[in-house]
Write a protein that binds this ligand. Structure first.
Ligand code: 5GP
Length: 130
């Protein structure tokens, strides 16, 4: 069965798109730790991030770095943190989170409730600034 992220990649489930390439898709996390929190996923279905091939991992990191640079400018944060969790969705993905302090990358913190307008606006701003 296709993972929820594969359904998002093909547009069966809507998402706020940040970037797309032949092998990767980036979109806003629906339960963000911070405004602009983005997930970067490979289009191939691999459960655990570090089971991706070295080649794909390298490509994904370069793809993610472009997005992180754009996120930093658009959100005016001090750093963009990245994390691999994967406890909820068994489709490899990287979290990119705008940060102003270490605690901003604490995934046990309550998530933000943003309107669809705010989500669209931030996704578009990051995308346009790539
Ligand atoms: P993890 O698997 O890394 O522990 O967490 C998966 C992440 O994916 C969570 O932060 C969760 O909010 C996000 N997520 C789960 N389902 C969806 C979805 O349908 N759409 C979007 N945009 N994000 C999702």
């Amino acid at each position: 069965m296709a993972s929820i992220f594969s359904k998002i990649i093909v547009g069966e489930i809507p998402s706020y798109t940040v970037a797309e390439s032949e092998h990767f898709y980036a979109f806003l996390d629906i339960n963000p730790l911070a405004k602009g929190h983005t997930l970067v996923v490979p289009k191939e279905e691999v459960d655990y991030f570090f089971d991706l091939s070295d080649h794909r991992l390298g490509e994904l990191q370069i793809f993610a770095a472009r997005i992180a640079r754009s996120m930093k400018q658009v959100t005016n944060c001090k750093r963009v943190g990245q994390a691999v969790l994967g406890f909820e969705v068994p489709h490899a993905h990287l979290h990119l989170v705008p940060m102003n302090s270490t605690s901003d990358l604490d995934f046990s913190r309550p998530k933000l409730q943003l309107s669809s307008e705010e989500m669209s606006q931030i996704a578009e701003a990051i995308a346009l600034n790539l």
